[in-house]
Design a protein around this ligand. Structure first.
Ligand code: 5AD
Ligand code: SF4
Length: 444
């Protein structure tokens, strides 16, 4: 199909849904577009190119993406020269199907094809329409120098590995992000150096399963060695990583929380379910007892470590007793925070084909019980911090007027009133009040 009238895009707008990996990918795309001369704008109505970076891990973000495509398609009806692209995991999963459903879209590009953005735009400018780029063979693109893009940011991400080999039975990620592939320590250190040179103080290392990071067969090619190298970087104040898999959480990695001064005392360790038969059908590779043992070890090595997790309710065949086991695990571990979801079928996964699906009403009921329980725990934990002194990295302005917003090493949001400190500084704060989603602090 040819469309000879398509003009060259001069400005772009990217909207990002889903996880931190998508935020990282959107930054990569924005830098590529800026390097080829386009200007970012903060209103989609003023952009010549709109990219929607999508997520398909659960049904809810997928539905949100579809309604956004509808809204963007309406903008395009008013402005036919607008170039509309869908990128990310939903693009990978549906491929041409997205364009069939939303014919206003110009291209679809999966997460491993992002490095082709400039080439794809060239093809569109020269008259080709409807491009589908969903290969999974190539490694994800390597970011280039930042050239000022991250100036003004206090925190940033680095993707150290991508994809997943675990094939948990409910999960679409291995199908849309491909098999695990790690980046070289040299590339990662260069990227970290570039970010620090732009003023970034805190780096979060990203991967679907960071603790299976491995660079070749080199002796020092594992995740612990990488953390040790990054911990030595001058100018960096804080280091974090996400997401870890309980089955791969080695003693060596746990000990890093005591040994590495920049590594923040927080781990996000999804447990997904508290019942062994469910964990088995999820193909998670650990039991509840093994999970609890890893938590005990983490707390033994780093007593004040904050632990957050992901959990889902209503996995196929989850009985009331299974669900009780999940509640029991939550009470036992006392997580600092939990991301909780209703199980949703993802096409092509093993769980999609399982029988004994739990009804929507029952899933919603279980989710609300679970969330009520966790709210009590989170609030209690945050109230227990009242009167404690904590180091807070100031990230920016708070939503609360006249206040600054920062984070503790344990990843809790702190709002404080102060007009003498600068964004990007690490300050010692006394916690005055603990709420459900944040803390209120004062300078000591
Ligand atoms: N249904 C519900 N939640 C899911 N997650 C992943 N796949 C599904 C699914 N099919 C959740 C898991 C994972 C988080 C990113 O999303 O809890 O850790
Ligand atoms: Fe999905 Fe399991 Fe891989 Fe996590 S470890 S991305 S849940 S398959």
């Amino acid at each position: 199909m040819l469309n000879k009238n398509k003009s060259v895009a001069r400005s772009f707008f990217i909207t990002t849904m889903g996880c931190q990996m998508n935020e990282y990918d959107s930054d990569f795309l924005a830098q590529s577009l800026i390097q080829s001369g386009l200007l970012p704008v903060d209103d989609p109505g003023r952009a010549d190119l709109i990219l929607i970076n999508t997520c398909t891990v659960r049904e809810k973000p997928e539905q949100k993406a579809f309604s956004l495509f509808g809204r963007m398609a309406r903008i395009k009806r008013r402005k036919p020269d607008l170039i509309l692209g869908v990128v990310g995991c939903l693009a990978q999963q549906m491929g041409e199907g997205v364009i069939k459903r939303f014919p206003q879209l110009d291209f679809v590009m999966g997460p491993r094809e992002l490095g082709r953005i400039q080439e794809i735009l060239e093809q569109i400018y020269s008259g080709r329409t409807k491009i589908v780029a969903t290969g999974l063979e190539e490694p994800p693109p390597q970011p280039t120098a930042c050239r000022g893009y991250f100036k003004g940011r206090v925190t940033s991400f680095i993707s150290i590995m991508e994809g997943c080999n675990n094939f948990c039975s409910y999960c679409i990620v291995p199908y849309v992000r491909g098999r695990e592939i790690s980046r070289s320590p040299e590339e990662i250190l260069i990227e970290a150096g570039n970010l620090i040179a732009e003023g970034v103080k805190e780096i979060t290392l990203l991967g679907q399963n960071v603790n299976s990071y491995r660079w070749n067969e080199e002796e020092n090619g594992d995740f612990v060695s990488l953390l040790k190298k990054l911990n030595k970087l001058g100018g960096l104040l804080r280091l974090r990583f996400t997401t870890s898999h309980p089955k791969d959480l080695s003693d060596g990695l746990i000990e890093c929380f005591a040994d590495l001064d920049k590594l923040c005392p927080h781990i996000h360790l999804p447990f997904q379910a508290g019942s062994n038969p469910v964990l088995k059908r999820m193909k998670r590779g650990y039991t509840r007892e093994e999970y609890v043992e890893r938590i005990a070890k983490l707390r033994q090595v780093k007593p004040d470590i904050a632990i957050t997790s992901d959990v889902m309710v209503g996995f196929p065949g989850e009985s009331k007793d299974d669900f009780e086991m999940t509640l029991d695990l939550i009470k036992r571990v006392q997580f600092d925070g939990l991301f909780s979801f209703k199980y949703s079928d993802r096409k092509g996964t093993l769980a999609d084909k399982m029988g004994n699906k739990v009804g929507e009403t029952e899933k919603s009921f279980r989710l609300s019980i679970l969330q009520d329980l966790q709210k009590q725990i989170t609030l209690k934990k945050n109230k227990n911090l009242e009167g404690k002194r904590m180091d807070v990295l100031i990230e920016g302005y708070s939503k609360k007027e006249g206040q600054l917003k920062g984070r503790t090493g344990s990843n809790k949001i702190v709002n404080l009133i102060c007009d003498t400190i600068k964004i990007g500084s690490l300050v010692n704060v006394i916690i005055k009040q603990g709420f459900l989603n944040s803390l209120r602090g004062e300078l000591t």
